[in-house]
Design a protein around this ligand. Structure first.
Ligand code: NAG
Ligand code: NAG
Ligand code: NAG
Ligand code: NAG
Ligand code: NAG
Ligand code: NAG
Ligand code: NAG
Length: 227
């Protein structure tokens, strides 16, 4: 699996994919807005599009935009939180206690992500998994909780390798650190590091940065003050 290099490009991609959807995660949900605050999305596209950008090919750009718009419009009917399955995009919001990452990667035996990755003939495609908020530490990044509880797994770690089932570049991207987790810095660093063992992790807020050792896995760490 190749390492994703088009970081700035990725940000452009997200700027395109998200404007209709992104909203501050930490604001109370607003009845006027049909769009839920948290969603996850996975995008499959040609390797060159990921590496070089959409400028190369308007057809593919329009195709992705169309699918994102379809997902967006399904949300406008109140209470519709069906998982969206397109040709190149899958997307979901949360449903009760089922988080959007769970719904794309784990629910129904991973049928959503398998649907996106199984169509053959484009083995080199790249796959971008995007979630507005970072996966929650309490369930989505908690193996212990899965071991204690019987039944469906909710921790995404052992499902992340499915993002690598194509041969093109992959990325796991989030915009905001989930508001309930911002104070749990040590936990976040460990969890984010563990994600990077399987798939490159990025935070794309106003800019994209790769979450790895050099920048402390995207977790702002309090530095000792030099006197
Ligand atoms: C754009 O992509 C489509 C689908 O892969 C392909 O048929 C077309 O030739 C491409 N156009 C350009 C200008 O590369
Ligand atoms: C997304 O859906 C909302 C509500 O239906 C609509 O107002 C908005 O224009 C849509 N955005 C896009 C980009 O389709
Ligand atoms: C609900 O969403 C699904 C998938 O996104 C879509 O197929 C369906 O048409 C939507 N239903 C309504 C009533 O909008
Ligand atoms: C779940 O998916 C795996 C891998 O595709 C498959 O081997 C298994 O039979 C599936 N299980 C069920 C219950 O569908
Ligand atoms: C992980 O799950 C265990 C068991 O439910 C719980 O005690 C622990 O607090 C959870 N960790 C986090 C970071 O939420
Ligand atoms: C890290 O993730 C891998 C799967 O990629 C999992 O097997 C392992 O148990 C995880 N480790 C921790 C400490 O969560
Ligand atoms: C959950 C889901 O929508 N699964 C679909 C995956 O794709 C096949 C066709 O390739 C459909 O038949 C499934 O319904």
């Amino acid at each position: 699996v190749q390492v994703w290099t088009g970081v700035n490009l990725l940000n452009r991609l997200l700027a395109f994919l998200c404007p209709c959807l992104s909203a501050p995660a930490d604001e109370p949900s607003d009845q006027q807005l049909p769009i839920p605050r948290q969603y996850a999305m996975a995008i499959r596209t040609a390797r060159d599009i990921c590496l070089k950008g959409f400028n190369q090919n308007k057809t593919i750009f329009d195709l992705l935009r169309k699918e994102v718009a379809q997902f967006n419009s399904t949300l406008s009917s109140k209470g519709n939180n069906t998982v969206y399955i397109g040709q190149n995009v899958i997307a979901a919001t949360y449903k009760n206690n089922k988080h959007s990452e769970f719904r794309l990667l784990i629910e129904n035996n991973g049928s959503a992500i398998f649907n996106l990755t199984t169509p053959e003939g484009r083995h080199n495609d790249c796959l971008i998994f995007y979630t507005y908020n970072s996966p929650c530490l309490e369930m989505c990044l908690n193996e212990t909780a899965d071991k204690i509880r019987s039944g469906t797994k909710k921790c995404i770690y052992s499902f992340l390798h499915n993002l690598n089932s194509l041969q093109g570049p992959t990325a796991f991207v989030f915009t905001k650190i989930y508001r309930k987790d911002v104070e749990k810095k040590e936990c976040l660093i460990k969890a984010f590091r563990n994600i990077t063992y399987t798939v490159p992790l990025y935070q794309c807020d106003s800019n994209c940065k790769q979450c790895e050792e050099r920048n402390n896995f995207c977790v702002p760490v309090d530095r000792p003050v030099l006197i």
